[in-house]
Design a protein around this ligand. Structure first.
Ligand code: FES
Length: 150
């Protein structure tokens, strides 16, 4: 696999996401402003850790005793993409079973909670309760056999 760009986002572009401040208050922030978000160059996992057509969760800051940063990476034959592990519908993790992020046919990211389907390459929801919304992209790249944050 080539180390071609894996995301349409430029390296310095910030992607907004929502964080829940309380049951009734959401704040829009960049994922880069969140504690434990990967900085450019952070090694996330080895490419070979993810079979083609599957995904893998990455949790950063888990041992801190504070709120960790949860993201996942999905892989096709040609590319890899990273997203925050939070469904735009209820802002909860997409995988009910560990690392189950992709539909059975491998064509979409799928939220296991209520079945929403998202495009692999941009996280846009094409079906489900969050139709028209998007996952928060975490730009990633492949370098020396590792998936790294951009
Ligand atoms: S929580 Fe993801 S589709 Fe409802």
């Amino acid at each position: 696999m080539n180390a071609a760009p894996c995301s349409p986002f430029a390296q310095d572009q910030k992607t907004p996401s929502q964080i829940r401040l309380s049951p009734n208050r959401l704040a829009v922030v960049s994922f880069r402003d969140q504690e434990f978000a990967p900085t450019p160059g952070t090694k996330l996992c080895r490419l070979e850790d993810i079979p083609i057509g599957r995904g893998k969760e990455i949790v950063l800051g888990e041992s801190s005793g504070r709120w960790p940063f949860r993201m996942f990476v999905v892989r096709s034959e040609e590319s890899v993409w990273g997203y925050a592990n939070a469904c735009p519908h209820l802002h909860i993790p997409l995988d009910l079973s560990p690392d189950r992020f992709v539909s059975a046919d491998g064509a979409f990211i799928q939220c296991a909670n209520h079945g929403a389907l998202f495009q692999l390459d941009d996280g846009y929801c094409v079906s489900g309760p969050c139709g028209g919304e998007s996952l928060t992209q975490i730009p990633v790249d492949v370098k020396d056999g590792a998936i790294v944050a951009k």
